[in-house]
Design a protein around this ligand. Structure first.
Ligand code: AMP
Ligand code: ZN
Length: 457
């Protein structure tokens, strides 16, 4: 299996450091608003890759954070006159709902920055002790960038070129940094801001230290894959490497994967983005390292393509319902066997740096093959095998192509009532069970202040 590693700017053979296990960290959103469809791109493309690794039998420890302490969150909290946690919790919930609708698997752990402050401070303490960081008069802690000799290795930037920009600040004394390249690890609170006690001052962490600390806590000092959007390469990921490696002395992340941007007009991930499952298909039809334009026309085209797969699945289901025979007929063996080629093409594409575009092409080749060869098949078993193969490949990409049986509103309401009763009875296992049952029916519950509402995924 190959991964394009931003660190070395080439595709490299991928092997996890511990056999059978993969540790993967994907930088998550800052939760000050609803996520926009650009944010959905890394969620979807790395989720597809994770599913493929799991399909290959690897156990993936997948960590994706929520950045829940940030200037924008604080600003919004002030505007609304509420505590910042009200804002962050609201948008974490919204983000989780969006992920569910996009069929993005929940991470093994979704750490929140505000709950990991001790780990961040521990890392900062170690950096200060090792002289990789220093404390300014007002209690700000800075990373001493030049003390990390390999700074720039991910973004392929040269330290002296980088230096240029902010030199005037140092000369005019407006900046308390030793060097313009130094960046903040910990900063003092301002009035009305959330803060934590520390050796340095009452304050809060810089953004970069959050990911270094959370990654270390949940995945260890060296992880297999670190991923995110390409805008994060510099300075965020470059700074993560500097902090983590200056502290541990060993490699922080062995493979760096970055998705290209989705070009959009800040379109929010609400209904305006159309059908979530079509959006997922649309994102996966392109290579994750290619820029992608979003438009309603392209979404329509994606819907039509996805419908071609769905129609094929429907046809197979119909044939299964109408036929008999639990064994393949003699002529069917070679037809079923013939599908292996498409599975191999699919796997080859996914194993070649998460090439979901080619993987989807392999699915379409399979659809075509099934459409042509279905006439030769007569047994239930034959149709079943065809459907299973098609669904299996779609499932690796997290594409849902099977129609759910129509559910009646009154059945849903009845289940919701049962769930409410179960919660009143403190039978949370039963309540969760009902929630999951509804989810399987494609119904997403929302607990709001006004009560429980529901929507179709
Ligand atoms: P942010 O909340 O801005 O830190 O972004 C969360 C994730 O979404 C990061 O991995 C970003 O790189 C990614 N991202 C943000 N905007 C886009 C976009 N337009 N296209 C693709 N990825 C994006
Ligand atoms: Zn990060």
């Amino acid at each position: 299996m190959k991964i394009y590693n931003t660190l070395n700017k080439r595709k490299e053979e991928f092997f996890p450091q511990s056999v059978g296990h993969v540790s993967m960290y994907v930088c998550g959103p800052t939760v000050y608003n609803l996520i926009h469809i650009g944010n959905a791109r890394p969620m979807i493309v790395f989720d597809a890759f994770r599913r493929f690794l799991e399909y290959k039998g690897l156990e993936v420890n997948y960590v994706s954070n929520f950045t829940d302490v940030d200037d924008k969150i604080i600003k919004k909290a002030l505007e609304e006159g509420v505590d910042p946690t009200v804002i962050s919790e609201r948008y974490i919930e919204e983000c989780k709902k969006d992920m569910e609708a996009l069929n993005v698997k929940p991470a093994t752990v979704h750490p929140k920055a505000t709950e990991e402050i001790p780990e961040m401070l521990a890392l900062i303490d170690e950096l200060v002790l090792k002289d990789h960081a220093y404390v300014a008069k007002d209690g700000t802690v800075y990373f001493r960038t030049r003390s990390f000799k390999e700074y720039g290795k991910l973004s392929h930037k040269n330290l002296d070129e980088l230096e240029g920009g902010n030199r005037e600040l140092l000369v005019s004394g407006e900046d308390q940094k030793e060097d313009p390249l130094d960046f903040v690890l910990w900063k003092p609170k301002k009035d009305g801001e959330p803060y934590w006690d520390s050796l340095y001052c009452q304050g809060r962490p810089g953004w970069h230290i959050e990911c270094s600390a959370m990654s270390r806590k949940y995945l260890g000092t060296t992880i297999d894959i670190h991923a995110g959007g390409e805008d994060l390469i510099f300075p965020h990921h470059e700074n993560e490497i500097a902090q983590s490696e200056a502290c541990s002395g060993v490699t922080f992340a062995r493979y760096w994967m970055h998705n290209a941007f989705l070009n959009i007009d800040n379109k929010k991930m609400s209904k305006s983005a159309g059908n979530f499952l079509v959006l997922r298909f649309f994102m996966l039809s392109a290579h994750y390292r290619s820029p992608l334009n979003f438009s309603d026309e392209l979404m329509d085209a994606a819907k039509n393509s996805l419908d071609r797969i769905r129609t094929c699945v429907d046809k197979l289901q119909h044939a299964i319902d109408m036929s008999e025979g639990s064994m393949l007929a003699r002529n069917e063996y070679s037809i079923i066997e013939g599908m292996t080629q498409f599975k191999m093409n699919f796997e080859e594409a996914m194993g070649d740096d998460n090439n979901t575009a080619d993987a989807i092409a392999a699915i379409f080749d399979l659809v075509k093959y099934i459409n042509i060869n279905m006439i030769e098949v007569s047994t239930k078993e034959g149709f079943k095998r065809m459907k299973e193969m098609l669904l299996m490949l779609c499932d690796i990409l997290g594409l849902i192509v099977e129609k759910k049986p129509e559910v009646l509103d009154e059945d849903i309401e009845k289940l919701i009532e049962e769930r409410q009763q179960a919660r009143k009875d403190k039978n949370f296992a039963k309540a969760d069970e009902i929630r999951n049952k509804l989810l399987e029916m494609g119904i997403i519950l929302e607990d709001t202040r006004e009560g429980v509402t529901w929507k179709k995924a």
